[in-house]
Design a protein around this ligand. Structure first.
Ligand SMILES: NC(=O)c1ccc[n+]([C@@H]2O[C@H](COP(=O)([O-])OP(=O)(O)OC[C@H]3O[C@@H](n4cnc5c(N)ncnc54)[C@H](OP(=O)(O)O)[C@@H]3O)[C@@H](O)[C@H]2O)c1
Length: 261
């Protein structure tokens, strides 16, 4: 099993580049540089901020190529051509030789999609094998939700995929109960998305730290959850994520109360 080398907190880049047309560029580049200096993983997508997220990242990377971070990049995969374009285009625009972890979104929900092909074979799975062979994708995870997590888990045993990724935080767990039990029992790597569930809810355990600390302690409570992706473009919020990244698990009594034991 791989994916052991992730940072416990991954910098989510979804809001970078959101206001470039209003002139907000230097501030977003500075936040990306702050995360690069911390040596943590980044998560990004060619679609974020209509593509301007990649512009901000490229500017930050070009300011210090020695600190280009390991990247999780969302890859759309409805057809072999789409997947190949998305991977080659992301590498070219970001100025990197490879995607460290491709987040395969299995966007086509019809039978015969990537998840099915990882077990039965087919042209999209062949293209994934080819992109890995070419060294453009080093590792891959499957994006799942409650509806397809059982199928995703079965497909995850393919040697083309190292783990799963899904919305996972104190108020969301997009894995079926059976899939969550198997993930823990077999230590199948999961990358959690949305550390703070959008920062809209307060947690009810003030003795376990603020929202950020609580969320990252929840991640630390489950070794199969290798990293949690939290988004910000506020330097103080990023600082808080970084301060809480290496933390202790929540007490068992609290996990029981929130029904997460
Ligand atoms: N399907 C997918 O693959 C998918 C979907 C959604 C997200 N993602 C990835 O996951 C990342 C995180 O998702 P997310 O942004 O939806 O959720 P999140 O990380 O749970 O929450 C981020 C929100 O919380 C705010 N925030 C951060 N730190 C805070 C703090 N200390 N105090 C108060 N507010 C704080 C941020 O605003 P500020 O900017 O003001 O800090 C932002 O609005 C994204 O950046 C993206 O990389 C992937």
């Amino acid at each position: 099993m791989n994916l052991t080398h992730l940072s416990p907190y991954t910098f989510g880049c979804m809001s970078l580049g959101m206001n470039v047309e209003q002139g907000r560029i230097a501030e977003d580049v500075a936040v990306a540089r702050q995360a690069m200096d911390a040596g943590i993983w980044f998560h990004c997508s060619p679609t974020y901020s209509r593509g301007f997220c990649f512009m901000i990242l490229r500017m930050a990377f070009d300011q210090n190529r020695s600190k280009v971070p390991p990247l999780i990049v969302k890859v759309r995969d409805a057809s072999p051509e789409f997947m190949r374009f998305e991977v080659e285009d992301s590498c070219r625009r970001l100025g990197v030789e490879a995607i460290d972890i491709a987040q395969l979104v299995s966007m086509d929900r019809e039978p015969g999609n990537l998840i099915d092909q990882l077990q039965g074979g087919g042209p999209i799975a062949d293209e994934l094998a080819c992109l890995r062979e070419r060294g453009l994708i080093k590792q891959a995870v499957l994006f799942v939700d409650k509806q397809n997590s059982d199928a995703g888990l079965a497909a995850q045993s393919s040697n083309l995929v190292e783990g799963l990724t899904c919305y996972w935080n104190a108020s969301q767990r997009e894995l079926s109960d059976a899939a969550w039990a198997e993930v823990q029992a077999k230590d199948i790597p999961v990358i959690a998305i949305r550390t703070l569930a959008g920062a809209t809810e307060k947690h009810p355990h003030p003795d376990c730290g603020d929202e950020v600390e609580f969320a990252l302690r929840l991640r630390a409570s489950f070794p199969a959850v290798r990293s949690s992706i939290g988004g910000t473009r506020n330097p103080l919020h990023l600082k808080r994520f970084l301060e809480c990244a290496e933390t202790s698990p929540l007490p068992k009594s609290v996990l029981k109360k929130i029904n997460w034991q």
